[in-house]
Design a protein. Sequence first.
Length: 332
Amino acid sequence: MKVFITGANGFIGSNLCRHFLAKGWDVSALIRPTADRRYLSGLPVELVVGDLRFPDGFAVPEGLDAVVHSASVVSDMADEQTCRENILGLAENLAGKVQALRRPPARLVVVSTALVLGYAATGISEEKPGRSADFIPYTRYKRMSDELFLARWKTDGLPVVILRPGDVLGPRDRTTLVKLIQALEAGHPLIAGRGGKRFGYLYIDNFCQAVELAILRPGIEGRSYTVTNGVLPTWGQFFRALMAEVGRRQRIYVPVPAAFLLAFAETSLHRLIPRYKPQVNYYRIKRVTTETTYDISRTVAELGYVPDDRYEEQVRGMVAWYRRDQGDGRVS
């Protein structure tokens, strides 16, 4: 099997490369010229250097069995233009590149987000959406990207399958995990309120399993699947497991109204001083103080997805990775 992965130097992309190499697949990967390659170093991956914003500058390999599209800006604070160019623009360009191949791949798996289905509800699905998160440009352009790929399936037969992961965490996550651990080490409180609400936690190895199944399962083109762990921890359970591994305790618990007040102050300061980067916003506080779970029954039934739900063991592996990279000077 030959697979081509976009965004391969990122958290999800680099883990996918390792997953498929371990399965004995031939892996080629698209990375930008300026990309940090630390998590691809030493891996037998054929690197294609190029930028999906400028599709004429590189060639997608021929003879592929599958393409996995994980390249994307990932931020609930990214602005409209950034998301338009680095989500929807990349989708349009990749679809064109894949369709131009002499022998297109049998499957194109697109990494979307469960947030396109909403949040702040339980058992969220396409039939039962949660509260809309379209006020976030990231979510809005992910939804538009999904719609573009599905339209290409209907009109041109582009063999797309969309995966909508929840909150993905695991080793090599420099976007979220590193910041959480560093906040704990600095003594910052992570739990707002009682921390008793569940969230759509997804361990990276479970997501890699889902991607592989989405490539191999026949007859599922044009469909979308939501992916989380099967048994979901609460925010409090997850953060306490993280604290236990880091060797920290949260001594001050922030009341929910105070957390929202802090988010308002941070957002207001950012508006006054754009270079100031807020650490919290309304959405983030809303997420950790409301229940958000997704219905993965169709993913289990149609893909044969069997998640590993040992979140405490998974947290242990995350912190062990952080310590190793910290010791090597690779965590910043």
